[in-house]
Design a protein around this ligand. Structure first.
Ligand code: CTP
Ligand code: MG
Length: 232
């Protein structure tokens, strides 16, 4: 059986969201974004171990959330780093179960549906070394220069907005993190630099990243709809 471990980078400040607390500790319908994310990921029973990278000055608070969360997977909390990639590095170094497949999931994506996590793991198990969930882009995307002038319009049908959890064969991710000194907004881009193919599987709009206050409102609406659907 495949051993699946998960790293949750949760060490960001949440500057674009604002407010006094780091984003992972902000609540959505009375529950922290971190606990939502822990529950969402561990809904996949194959995930046996989770490491959370916490803001260095909030390790105790993050640990308290992890300890009190209604999650059966083993959770370990480590201090994160200055950049997301540093937090992921520290998280991976703390995995103890020698996983075959490593998922990396943003704490800031609290509502990722189980089907997305399953799709990512299944593609990794099927032999893909790196797998990311993605959704079609609905806005027209233009590349601009420093003066704000349009350089070109990127054909939209070629574009995907990439989400998490991203899944990797453990040795591929370890190698990418070891070789690259760069930081990146996702982990697959480090793997791409190795020349390793990255597969995109369908994501889900519920897996949105809570970045700005408006995203919290969207997430609340998704949760409300889930409750209504559940009662019906
Ligand atoms: N992250 C992290 N360590 C960092 C920076 C980010 O673990 N040094 C995590 C965040 O906690 C989040 C995920 O990476 O779960 C995605 O980052 P982002 O949405 O940019 O979150 P923040 O960096 O917290 O937000 P902002 O950029 O607005 O400050
Ligand atoms: Mg950030």
């Amino acid at each position: 059986m495949t051993v699946v471990g998960c790293v949750i980078p949760a060490a960001g400040r949440g500057e674009r969201l604002g407010g006094p607390l780091p984003k992972a500790l902000r609540t959505l319908r009375g529950m922290t974004l971190l606990e939502h994310s822990l529950r969402a990921i561990s809904a996949e029973r194959d995930v046996a171990e989770i490491v959370v990278a916490a803001p260095v000055d909030y390790v105790a608070e993050i640990r308290a959330v992890a300890d009190s969360s209604a999650v059966s997977a083993t959770i370990r909390v480590v201090p994160g780093g200055a950049e997301r990639t540093d937090s992921v590095r520290r998280g991976i170094a703390a995995l103890r179960s020698d996983p075959d497949v490593i998922l990396v999931h943003d704490a800031a994506r609290p509502l990722v549906p189980l089907e997305v996590t399953r799709r990512v793991i299944a593609a990794c198990e099927g032999g893909a070394p790196a797998v990311v969930p993605g959704v079609p882009v609905t806005d027209t995307v233009k590349q601009v220069d420093e003066a704000g002038r349009v350089v070109r319009t990127v054909p939209r049908s070629d574009l995907r907005a990439i989400q998490t959890p991203q899944g990797f064969h453990a040795e591929v991710l370890a190698k990418a993190l070891e070789i690259s000194s760069e930081t990146a907004t996702d982990d697959a881009s480090l793997v791409e630099q190795l020349g390793v193919p990255v597969l995109v599987v369908p994501g889900h709009h519920d897996a949105l990243k809570v970045t700005r206050p408006h995203d919290l409102m969207t997430a609340e609406a998704i949760l409300r709809k889930r409750q209504v659907d559940h009662v019906r």
